[in-house]
Design a protein. Structure first.
Lengths: 250, 138
């Protein structure tokens, strides 16, 4: 069988398919992150403030995943894996509250991909679905049944970046090395957002001040992205980039 | 321009302006995976840190996601401070030891690292790092 296939590309609005691969909406040569499971789970703590909820994925391998949680610092906002510890096994995503408020219910949004967390191929699952299917190199989209071997299927969600709402910003720290930021996305719902400190090349959050006691956190509501920095160099300009997805937390 | 759209299961309005209702929408780029992998790392005797440099060579800082596996559980790695707060290995006081992770992304490589805490108690312990690096510039 000949797998030397034509390449299917979709350009961004006002772009062309001859643009650099990174600037395309998609290309059949590259795997997307294919979301198989998502939702909001609740974790109720016991008298000691501990609690666990498990989401069964049964993929047979550790998938790529991401979570946002709500409720510990403020019941209005969503934080990127700040209060709830998320860990995956080959069958489950385990969401764990440790020493939070006792007898309290916390919410955690989860997004579990069909991609293995190293995007490796595999076999044994029958979970390919959708009318548009693009297989990874060496696999036949018509007959492939394991989602790990697919670059794209229309039967599951793929994360969608809003390039207009994404961008960059700076934060000027004060004499104590502290600062805040606030960015309006205005979507009317809480979107998934990722933020990178481009000076250090680190994705937020920084939750334990390892190096120089730096702490960086952001949180989200249906209108804005908020953030707080402490322990950074005093009176310094920090640089950030962020990606706003059109995929909805709540 | 013509658009290519695929609704999520259960959604019916192909003209909807609620983009979250779509599994795919040609106006909104997906993350396109450039490279991915996995590798075991071991904290050697007499040390408390190990890191792995992954060359992506893109010439810019890309979107990425990274993970640490210890035992049967895998956690995500963030900027600084995510980790496994009880490895199951106890220190001399009977308290749990921890692993603290960090990441550093440049235009050419991604560094994933981890520390044992307290210092020097997880010698010869092996962990597995995994990563997905997208073509998409952050």
């Amino acid at each position: 069988m000949n797998f030397n296939m034509a390449v299917f590309k979709i350009a961004k609005p006002n772009g062309t398919v001859d643009d650099s691969e990174k600037d395309l909406v998609m290309t059949s040569d590259r795997a997307c992150i294919i979301e198989m499971f998502s939702g909001i789970a609740e974790i109720t703590t016991d008298d000691d403030g501990n609690g666990t909820t498990e989401i069964t994925h049964n993929l047979g391998y550790v998938p790529m995943f991401f979570c946002f949680d709500k409720g510990y610092l403020d019941t209005t906002y969503w934080y990127p894996m700040y209060s709830i510890y998320a860990k995956a096994t080959t069958t489950k995503l385990i969401l764990e509250a440790l020493y939070l408020d006792a007898n309290t219910t916390y919410q955690c949004f989860y997004s579990i991909a069909g991609n293995r967390n190293d995007n490796a191929v595999g076999s044994g699952n029958s979970n390919v679905t959708g009318k548009i299917k693009i297989a990874k190199s060496g696999y036949d989209a018509e007959y492939e049944t394991d989602i790990r071997n697919m670059n794209f299927v229309s039967g599951y969600n793929v994360w969608k970046v809003d390039t207009t709402l994404s961008g960059s910003f700076t934060v000027d720290t004060d004499g104590d090395g502290a600062g805040t930021f606030e960015i309006t996305h205005g979507l009317g719902y809480v979107p998934m957002v990722f933020i990178l400190n481009t000076d250090e090349g680190k994705m937020l959050p920084y939750t334990v001040p390892l190096f120089g006691g730096v702490f960086m956190l952001y949180w989200l509501d249906s209108n804005k992205i908020y953030g707080e920095i402490s322990g950074a160099d005093p009176s310094t300009t920090l640089n950030f980039k962020y990606k706003v997805l059109r995929d909805k937390i709540q | 321009m013509a658009k290519i759209k695929a609704l999520k299961s259960g959604e019916t309005d192909i003209e909807s302006t609620d983009i979250w209702r779509f599994a795919f929408h040609s106006d909104y780029p997906t993350f396109k995976i450039a490279t991915a992998g996995t590798q075991d790392v071991t904290i050697l005797a007499g040390t408390s840190e190990i890191y792995l440099d992954i060359t992506h060579g893109l010439g810019y800082k890309p979107i990425f996601f990274a993970f640490l596996k210890y035992g049967i559980e895998t956690i995500p790695i963030f900027g600084d401070g995510s980790g496994i707060f009880d490895t199951g290995i106890l220190d001399e006081h009977g308290d749990p030891t921890s692993i603290i992770t960090y990441q550093t992304l440049s235009d050419t490589k991604l560094r994933l690292g981890l520390y044992s805490a307290p210092y020097n108690l997880l010698n010869n312990t092996t962990f597995t790092l995994s990563w997905i690096i997208a073509l998409d510039e952050f």
